[in-house]
Design a protein around this ligand. Structure first.
Ligand SMILES: O=P(O)(O)OC[C@H]1O[C@H](OP(=O)(O)OP(=O)(O)O)[C@H](O)[C@@H]1O
Ligand code: HPA
Length: 233
């Protein structure tokens, strides 16, 4: 029986047109055109074009040297490392894998830069901290800026009965600090600029940058154009 016009057009569509349509629809559009610009600018570190203060190799060398000095100081004595969340999470992972003594790891959360580039009220949450009584404790943090966070946490650890408390930071800003105390181990001294990456954030973003970048005014403007006005604290 001869094919109806309708059946023939279905066959034509199914066998010839649709496969081409599928191929065209699945064809690879050159990257990054496939990704909406707001997502690219936020999530792809290479496209941010931020001024780099320390690149990945420099950070790796700095952390290795920091670990070496900590190993030299403690030798094989057991150590309780207390990481100050959230900023120190990348440093924590990279540093403890280079430490040779028996280690326990605890965390404490401290936050005072909620949504800005200036320090505000310091909130500390030690609910998840492990027992540090009679232990040698090493507090680790990403940055020593005003110094208020470290001063407060050193005091808290002593109050909790630690036998000894020292501190190690990735970065110390070259500025007048608000406190007398200084970190015992420092990987890098940096200029007094607001930095992000390698754990450090602005409005909880940019912690995943593998390098340390300077957040300049143009970056702040672009950030707020993409993500809305500065968060009220
Ligand atoms: O020397 P200071 O002036 O006290 O600043 C240093 C602290 O500030 C940052 O924490 P933030 O409050 O931004 O919280 P976060 O770790 O969650 O980013 C950083 O991680 C340090 O803990
Ligand atoms: O320069 C900084 N960047 C990010 N977080 C910070 N917390 C204190 N100083 C800084």
């Amino acid at each position: 029986m001869p094919e109806s016009i309708l059946a023939a057009s279905h066959r034509f569509f199914n066998q010839l047109v649709q496969p081409w349509g599928n191929m065209l629809r699945c064809r690879r559009v050159p990257w990054p055109a496939r990704i909406p610009p707001d997502i690219t600018a936020f999530s792809h570190p290479r496209l941010l074009n931020m001024k780099t203060l320390l690149d990945e190799q420099q950070l790796e060398r700095g952390v290795s040297e920091l670990a070496q000095r900590i190993n030299d100081h403690y030798g094989s004595r057991p150590l309780t490392v207390v990481a100050v969340m959230t900023g120190s999470l990348i440093l924590l992972a990279d540093l403890i894998r280079r430490l040779n003594m028996p280690i326990r790891v605890g965390v404490v959360q401290a936050s005072s830069y909620r949504g800005g580039t200036r320090s505000g009220e310091l909130l500390v949450n030690a609910a998840m901290l492990i027992n540090i009584r009679d232990r040698e404790v090493l507090l680790i943090d990403d940055i020593f800026d005003t110094g208020r966070t470290l001063e407060r946490l050193l005091e808290d650890m002593r109050q909790m009965g630690a036998q000894d408390v020292k501190s190690a930071v990735l970065l110390q800003k070259n500025r007048q600090h608000d406190v007398q105390v200084r970190p015992d181990f420092v990987a890098f001294e940096i200029p007094d600029e607001f930095v992000v990456g390698y754990g450090l954030d602005y409005e909880d973003m940019y912690r995943n940058l593998p390098y340390l970048g300077v957040l300049e005014q143009a970056d702040l403007d672009r950030h707020h154009a993409l993500h809305g006005p500065a968060i009220d604290r």
